[in-house]
Design a protein around this ligand. Structure first.
Ligand SMILES: Nc1ncnc2c1ncn2[C@@H]1O[C@H](COP(=O)(O)OP(=O)(O)OP(=O)(O)O)[C@@H](O)[C@H]1O
Ligand SMILES: Cc1ncc(C[n+]2csc(CCOP(=O)(O)O)c2C)c(N)n1
Ligand SMILES: [Mg+2]
Ligand SMILES: [Mg+2]
Ligand SMILES: [Mg+2]
Length: 295
């Protein structure tokens, strides 16, 4: 059983809206509140060698990234920390606060307890007059990504020049706001890799996604085939994936690349062939082969 299948099994209980987007969207007065929560663990999310300050930054960044993905402005964050050692809390909080401040948010509270494996849950709140959903893509729209893809996976695969890219993800908050204002039709952040993200988009749209691999912005200095794999299937980049009518692209102030087109046929393809929904995913199984998280 993998994470996506398990989340899908909640739909009969919660309804499809609960799992359709990067954040929960709640109408409040004349605007929308956007809420996201993310759990990170030492063994699966914090590569060996990260400092506590970097761990705190990453925990805040992954949640601010989900708020950015809705085209929303982050307001505040709560940080709940299960600590294997109490002396780690100061550094973690310092890193999370730096990330919040860099993106216009407060760190307003949290929770602290003891746990065998360092575990951090960050919960964020943002606002938007009109949030951007993962649904809303229309045939003919361009498919675009901000920045470049595959850098975090390149670092995990030994390309040390990408280490900072892996451990210090930058939530694309300003870009998300600008893209919302520019009229993007659908958006999400790419936390688990482009291929999985496109399949997440497919699940909530009535159309399909055709990607041209030659157009993928890849990590420089990595052999071409490897870079293509990292860009398609590597997680941890936290760039934005969005669809936009051609007449609205490019968007001033947003570094983004066109990687393909929204098509009528409900499938995800790369260079005309089906793109597998493979990427960074938590699984449950009894052997290391079945389960990448197995230790
Ligand atoms: N246990 C759960 N109960 C209710 N909704 C859930 C649960 N787990 C996930 N979801 C919802 O399912 C959707 C997809 O979750 P997912 O974790 O894949 O998104 P994400 O936070 O954007 O990705 P990432 O975890 O890589 O940051 C979100 O809307 C999330 O709120
Ligand atoms: C060992 C290792 N592999 C990958 C990454 C990059 N990374 C950080 S958070 C995340 C996905 C979102 O997390 P989740 O789906 O658990 O909420 C990914 C892919 C990392 N930091 N360490
Ligand atoms: Mg997300
Ligand atoms: Mg998330
Ligand atoms: Mg998640």
């Amino acid at each position: 059983m993998d994470e996506r299948g398990l989340i899908r099994s909640l739909v009969p209980l919660l309804g499809s809206a609960a799992t359709a987007d990067d954040c929960a969207a709640v109408r409040h007065g004349g605007e929308w509140l956007l809420l996201s929560t993310d759990m990170l663990h030492e063994t699966t999310d914090f590569p060996i060698g990260m400092t506590d300050v970097e761990i705190g930054w990453m925990a805040a960044a992954v949640t601010l990234s989900d708020i950015a993905a809705m085209g929303a402005r982050p307001l505040t964050l709560l940080l709940a920390t299960g600590l294997d050692r109490p002396e780690r809390l100061a550094g973690i909080t310092e890193g999370a606060l730096a990330c919040c401040r860099a993106h216009g948010a407060d760190l307003a509270g949290g929770d602290t307890d003891a746990h065998t494996e360092l575990t951090i849950v960050s919960t964020g709140l943002g606002t938007a007059a009109s949030p951007v959903r993962r649904s809303g893509a229309r045939p003919g729209d361009l498919i675009c990504v901000t920045g470049y893809l595959g850098g975090a996976q390149a670092a995990l695969s030994g390309h040390d020049q990408y280490w900072r890219r892996l451990i210090e993800p930058v939530p694309r908050v300003a870009e998300g706001l600008a893209l919302n204002a520019a009229g993007v039709t659908a958006m999400m952040d790419i936390s688990d890799g482009l291929a999985l993200s496109l399949h997440d988009m497919l699940a909530v749209n009535e159309c399909g996604f055709a990607v041209d691999s030659a157009r993928l912005p890849r990590p420089g200095g990595v052999p071409e085939d490897e870079g293509r794999e990292f860009a398609l299937y590597g997680g941890g980049d936290f760039e934005l994936l969005f669809t936009i009518p051609a007449e609205h692209f490019p968007v001033v102030g947003v570094d983004a690349t066109v990687i393909g087109a929204v098509v009528a046929e409900r499938s995800v393809t790369v260079d005309g062939a089906p793109l597998p929904g493979r990427g960074y995913m938590h699984c449950w199984g009894s052997s290391p082969d079945q389960n990448p998280d197995f230790r």
